[in-house]
Design a protein. Structure first.
Length: 605
């Protein structure tokens, strides 16, 4: 591959002119340049970066591949999330190596858009599975969240490069959030089952798999885990940055001298860290200790997520047991001095339980709060709760909660416990205990309901589902889950996409029943969604549709008593002469510019 890229894709007369396709080669070429010093590799990386948006040789503009416009004109992260993370990692590499301010500013604009409008609280990126990528700003559905494991890894790559270019802790803050939540959720505690996508909510339909047909995620995460030690420290001239707090022993080169460091800590379960220096260093070295954003009362850069409590976490730093008050620079407490063997630096950080709210623009999280402690995002898994249904729980803001380390649970984790309310259809709401576990550890005890975002008032809690005709249907799972949509573009919950019947030239969605059901009306909620230029999914209401019921082995149209509605943002009800059947079927004629999908389909007796 190296030979092909270098010999045939350079922008010389008569040679190939187009982007690399699936970005990652840019990072590899930049690394080859750093290892070999050969300019051709950096030139080739620069070419692939600049080729985005040129659209020559018959190549069409494509937001899916981040080449819809030249990089210097880009200000929004779009398209395939893994490709995006890899591509902008390469862009940042080239900008840093060539000291190209304009190119770095372009990468920074896109990063700001991602973190302030398209980042999940777990650090996951890419909200839509149809194109494995980004939707519009603030479109962050939870049960439908894609958050591919590989995308989280690509985000770590990009954030590290942004940090290396600037020395700003905000990039490591996002890296750490992604690492402790969005990345390691992709692999089971046993190490042999994997998530391709990492949703923030499940109705029990998600479960890790031993392998995938497209097996990029298992190999990527197992490779990545071995590289984590390389993210702990960084150096620049006489400065030594401590980015991650991990029990470890390391040797780091600073000013040409090997400095031995030993970290002792139980982080992320508590905020106490001890760093022992086992080297005599006569030159002044600036030790940069990252004070995480969560300790500085900043949930995420850009304000997409904010703490709703009034806690003010504090930290104390000691050198050889003496309290010091170093300056805070770009999120780092900086201690400059000569160091000798036996010096000890201690950091004591408050690690309170925090409740987090998303901006109201994130419609999927309205009326809900998430739980954090330190860098760890928590979730509720149904098997830990005193209810048979998870989504009827709500946890009011400001309630008393307790963090407890449980060595016997999930390999040893800190849990959060407290009081929740259960919304009951038959009687008044009542108090129950709840237990939250780290999000990264969910689904290690079998498939079950799970949620990161929990309602804080009864209005957003959902009653446990009723036994209805639709709930007894086999097939079309997504549209009979009894989650009522807020509007037609509400893709927070699963939607049911119609299949194409090529013989009839229509789109079809079907309910099958084990036993004959008596039916006299249906209510359908059409889906409409603009995929932001991505070619894989664009949904809107059909041009027309009809309803059929099964008679033996054939289908017969119902005797409808009113028009088949195609209005958006509410249920379209069709009543018909009562039928008894084991099947119900919608045949829809799609509009020319979209596919047909339903958010919910009710059936009434």
């Amino acid at each position: 591959m190296q030979i092909w890229y270098v010999r045939t894709s350079v922008p010389n007369e008569g040679q190939v002119h187009r982007p690399s396709g699936h970005p990652i080669v840019e990072m590899g070429l930049a690394k080859l340049y750093k290892v070999t010093g050969e300019q051709k590799y950096l030139d080739q990386a620069r070419y692939f970066v600049d080729e985005a948006g040129r659209c020559t040789d018959g190549h069409k503009p494509n937001a899916y591949s981040q080449d819809h416009k030249p990089v210097l004109q880009q200000d929004e992260i779009t398209g395939h999330a893994v490709r995006a993370g890899y591509f902008y990692s390469g862009v940042t590499d080239v900008a840093s190596l060539e000291k190209d301010t304009l190119l770095f500013e372009a990468a920074e604009r896109v990063w700001n858009n991602m973190t302030s409008k398209k980042l999940y609280i777990t650090g996951g990126i890419g909200s839509h599975g149809d194109w494995e990528g980004f939707g519009p700003d603030f479109d962050l559905g939870n049960q439908t969240a894609y958050c591919e494991t590989c995308a989280a890894i690509s985000s770590v790559y990009w954030n590290e490069r942004m940090f290396l270019a600037t020395g700003d802790a905000k990039y490591i803050d996002v890296l750490e959030r992604t690492l402790y939540n969005g990345v390691i959720s992709g692999v089971s505690l046993s190490g042999d089952r994997f998530f391709y996508d990492n949703p923030l909510e499940s109705n029990g339909q998600h479960e890790r798999q031993p392998w995938f047909g497209c097996a990029c995620c298992p190999g990527n995460i197992t490779r990545f885990m071995a590289s984590i030690p390389g993210y702990v420290y960084a150096t620049r001239n006489e400065d030594l940055y401590v980015n991650l707090y991990v029990k470890s022993e390391s040797t780091v080169e600073v000013l040409g001298k090997e400095v031995k460091l030993k970290q002792s800590t139980k982080y992320p379960w508590d905020g106490n860290i001890s760093i022992d220096i086992d080297t005599e260093v006569k030159q002044i070295i600036g030790l940069h200790l990252r004070i995480p954003g969560w300790e500085r009362n900043e949930a995420t850069p850009g304000g997409l997520y904010q703490y709703v409590d009034y806690q003010q976490p504090k930290y104390v730093i000691k050198v050889n047991k003496n309290i010091v008050h170093p300056e805070l620079n770009n999120g780092y407490a900086v201690i400059r001095r000569t160091w000798k063997r036996g010096d000890e630096v201690e950091i004591e950080m408050d690690m309170p339980i925090r409740q987090v709210r998303a901006l109201n623009l994130v419609y999927a999280d309205r009326g809900k709060l998430a739980l954090e402690r330190g860098p760890i995002v928590y979730c509720l898994e149904k098997k830990d709760q005193q209810t048979d249904y998870l989504f009827n729980l709500y946890i009011p803001q400001g309630g008393e909660m307790t963090a407890t380390f449980d060595p016997s649970l999930l390999g040893g984790v800190t849990t959060i416990t407290g009081k929740a309310f259960l919304r009951d259809r038959e009687k008044s709401d009542y108090v129950v205990d709840f237990k939250a576990i780290p999000y990264s550890t969910w689904n290690n005890r079998g498939a079950d309901q799970m949620a990161v975002w929990i309602p804080d008032t009864k209005d957003c809690a959902v009653f446990s589902p009723l036994n209805t005709i639709a709930s007894r249907a086999i097939g079309a799972y997504a549209c009979n889950d009894q989650f009522d949509p807020m509007f037609s573009s509400d893709l927070d919950k699963p939607y049911a996409e119609f299949r194409t019947d090529k013989e009839k030239g229509v789109s079809v969605l079907q309910y099958n029943f084990k036993d004959p059901e008596k039916m006299s009306s249906v209510e359908v909620y059409w889906c409409e969604f603009d995929s932001c230029g991505n070619p894989f999914a664009h949904f809107n209401a059909p041009a027309s549709w009809k309803l059929f019921y099964k008679v033996g082995e054939t289908w017969k149209e119902v005797d409808a008593k009113n028009k088949y509605g195609v209005l958006l943002d509410h249920y379209n009800k069709v009543s018909f002469t009562t039928v008894t059947s084991t099947g119900l079927r919608i045949e829809a004629t799609p509009n020319k510019d979209g596919k047909v999908a339903l958010l919910e389909w009710k059936v009434n007796e």
